[in-house]
Every structure is written in structure tokens, then in C-alpha cells.
Design a protein around this ligand. Structure first.
Ligand code: EPU
Length: 341
């Protein structure tokens, strides 16, 4: 395996931030993964695993080893009796592009991840933050996660329950942060129609464009259309999707806010109420604003963009200013969804 030194990470994160890694390597097979654990650069340095870098912000150079997950492969597992005739198990390796897994599923008519179309990132990163969009999340279909313990090289399979999935959250972002490398995931998808088009923006789009939903692919296509119309393409303008999480708020606070802002959007989820952070940021006057090389996207205030040449500190600084103004105006604290490194 090749170990590169003093490597510029600009093309390896979707913000397009130039930051240097002391060492960089990539893992393309399970044999290479085993070899990795024997290397002195691995043993002697702090390390991070990177998929497609779509949810990280490098705020400074990384004085350690960056390991790119390039493990590839998607296959249908022999369905055991336990999944029944209506379901299928699909195993995907961590370095696969997430959207390619969605295409694999919808091309075969399977249901369960079509609402998650076009989410940037790799399969290995998906359980980290329990990716979600348009009323669906990975937790609805995840069967298990295969991983390697970084300290020992031991394999471990996490059941879905053991992953402790929450809203944009999992055990891998908390208790077990940087402790496991995710090598593969298995999903349980439905062979029978299981459409989920209750998310308002999705149902409005389907109705307005008179789209017939017969296959999971029809939903996938609709989701792609919405995302392309609203979210900036990182190939054109650097960004990491939503920079912040939406905010869970107590009922009393919702009431108080509705009395001042009767048109405030809010959603009920698992018995809690969530306010879109994009709305809070927009109301605080940030939508479309630019400060030097960085700014807030003009169509979706939850997305911070690199207009070109920004460094991580500038993005972090803008994010901190947004947090401060939302806190001052609404008394609510925004929490980043993006991992700051
Ligand atoms: N809104 C505004 N102004 C904005 C943006 C949003 O007022 O600038 C309000 C609107 O009222 C809109 C509501 O927020 O009705 C919801 O907006 P949207 O459907 O665009 O979703 P979101 O809550 O802003 C979340 C995810 C996105 C995901 C969409 C669609 C988080 C942090 N973000 O955004 O995920 O694509 O829902 O399901 O939960 C990502 O994680 O990177 C990401 C893009």
C-alpha cells in the first residue's frame, strides 16, 4: 500500500477546502485493510477514515493519517427464511458511493431507500449520521453494520439497535467516535410496494408535476429533481449539504414562537417537535449572504458554501456568527451536522 506524505485534501472534501494531511493512504480491499493495521504510520499517528468527504470541514491541517475507504461491491445476499419472501438483504461495501446503492436498489424494483437518492457521501458514512431525507432515514432499513475496531483490528458486527441511531446521530459519532472503521452495511429492502411520499415538499412536487408513482425509481427521480433544484452541486460550488441539524424544541417554546411567528414551519417527529434550522437562519437574515469567500446558499439557508478559495477557519467563523445570531434572536442553539476536524 502506498502512503503519501503532506497531501492536499482539497479534492477529497466537498467543501473544496485546502488543508494538508501529514499522511494519506487508501484501502481498496480487505487484504489492504489488514495490512493497514500493521503499518508504523497507522500505529504511531492519530487517524481519520474518509469516505467522499461530504460531511467534514477541515478547520486546519491534519497532523495524522487520513485513510480513504475505497472498499467496493454491492450484492444481494441469499435471502434466508428469516427475511421472508417480501424482503431482500443487500450488502454494500463502505467505499461505494451511496447514490449508486440507491440506483442498484431502484433498478431492481426494491423499496426503502428511494427517498434517500442523491445524498452525497459513501455507504460507510451513512450509518455514522443515520442519513435521512424526505421523510425517510437509514434506520428504517438498516440490518447491520460490519466494522473493524481500530485499536485491535478485530471484526465486529453491530445490529441496528447497537448502532443507537437517532436524528443525524449514531453511536459512531458519540461513545464510539473514531473507534471503529465501517467496512460494510446490510440493508433489508422491500420487494413489495412501500411508498413513502408524505413529506410535504415531496408530495407537492409529485402533485404539481403530475408524476405517476408506480416504481421506487419514480420516487427516486422526483427526489433527484427536488434536490438538484435546491441544493448546490459540490462540483460547482463547495458545500457539505446541511451544515446544521434541525432543532428539537419543547412544546411550550413552540407555542411561544408561534404566537410571534404564526407562519413558522415545524414538524412532529417521534413525539418531539422540530423547527427547520434553515428557517431560523433565513429569519436571522443570512440567506444568500456572502462574507469574503464564504456564504449562505441563496436557495437553502441550511447550506454554507465556499465561493472559492475559502479555508476551513473562514467557514467555521461564518458558522459561529450564524449560531450567535440565531441564539440572540430565538434563544435556540444550532448544532453543526458537519464533522469539524
Ligand atoms: N426552510 C426555510 N428557509 C430555508 C430552508 C428551509 O424557511 O432556507 C424551511 C421551509 O419552511 C421548508 C422547511 O424549512 O418547508 C424544510 O426544508 P427542506 O425540506 O429543504 O428540509 P430541511 O429541513 O431544511 C432536511 C435535511 C436535508 C434533507 C431535507 C429534505 C437536516 C439537517 N437536513 O433539510 O438533508 O435533504 O431535509 O428531507 O435534517 C443534509 O443532511 O445534508 C441534507 C441536505
Amino acid at each position: 500500500m502506498k502512503i503519501l506524505q503532506d497531501y492536499d485534501l482539497a479534492t477529497l472534501n466537498t467543501f473544496g477546502i485546502s488543508a494538508r494531511a501529514k499522511f494519506l493512504t487508501e484501502v481498496g480491499s480487505l487484504a489492504e485493510l489488514e495490512e493497514l493495521f500493521t503499518l508504523p504510520e497507522f500505529k504511531q499517528n492519530k487517524k481519520i477514515f474518509l469516505g467522499s468527504g461530504s460531511n467534514v470541514l477541515f478547520t486546519k491541517d491534519f497532523e495524522g493519517l487520513v485513510i480513504l475507504n475505497k472498499l467496493k461491491g454491492i450484492k444481494i445476499l441469499k435471502a434466508g427464511a428469516e427475511v421472508g419472501k417480501d424482503f431482500v438483504l443487500i450488502k454494500a461495501m463502505g467505499g461505494e458511493v451511496w447514490h449508486n446503492l440507491v440506483i442498484f436498489a431502484v433498478d431492481r424494483g426494491y423499496w426503502g431507500i428511494e427517498n434517500l437518492s442523491l445524498i452525497p457521501g459513501t455507504v460507510g458514512a451513512a450509518p455514522m449520521q443515520n442519513i435521512g431525507a424526505y421523510g425517510a432515514e437509514l434506520a428504517n432499513v438498516l440490518e447491520n453494520v460490519e466494522s473493524i475496531e481500530i485499536a485491535t483490528g478485530n471484526k465486529r458486527i453491530f445490529t441496528k439497535e447497537e448502532c443507537e441511531l437517532g436524528y443525524r446521530d449514531s453511536i459512531f459519532k458519540n461513545k464510539l467516535k473514531n473507534k471503529y472503521f465501517i467496512s460494510a452495511i446490510t440493508l433489508k429492502l422491500s420487494k413489495k410496494e412501500k411508498k413513502n411520499i408524505s413529506y410535504k415538499i415531496l408530495s407537492d412536487h409529485i402533485e404539481k408535476n403530475k408524476i405517476q408513482i408506480e416504481r421506487s425509481k419514480d420516487i427516486s427521480n422526483a427526489v433527484c429533481q427536488i434536490r438538484r433544484s435546491k441544493l448546490p452541486d459540490p462540483k460547482v460550488i463547495g458545500n457539505a449539504g446541511s451544515f446544521f441539524k434541525n432543532v428539537f424544541v419543547e412544546d411550550a417554546k413552540i407555542k411561544e414562537m408561534l404566537s410571534i411567528y404564526p407562519h413558522m414551519p415545524y414538524f412532529k417527529e417521534n413525539g418531539m417537535t422540530k423547527i427547520p434550522a434553515g428557517w431560523l437562519i433565513e429569519q436571522s437574515g443570512w440567506k444568500g449572504k456572502r462574507i469574503g469567500n464564504v456564504g449562505v446558499h441563496e436557495k437553502q439557508a441550511l447550506v454554507i458554501v465556499n465561493h472559492g478559495g475559502a479555508n476551513g477557519a473562514e467557514i467555521k467563523n461564518l458558522a459561529e456568527q450564524i449560531v450567535a445570531s440565531v441564539l440572540a434572536k430565538f434563544g435556540l442553539e444550532l448544532i453543526p451536522e458537519v464533522n469539524l476536524i
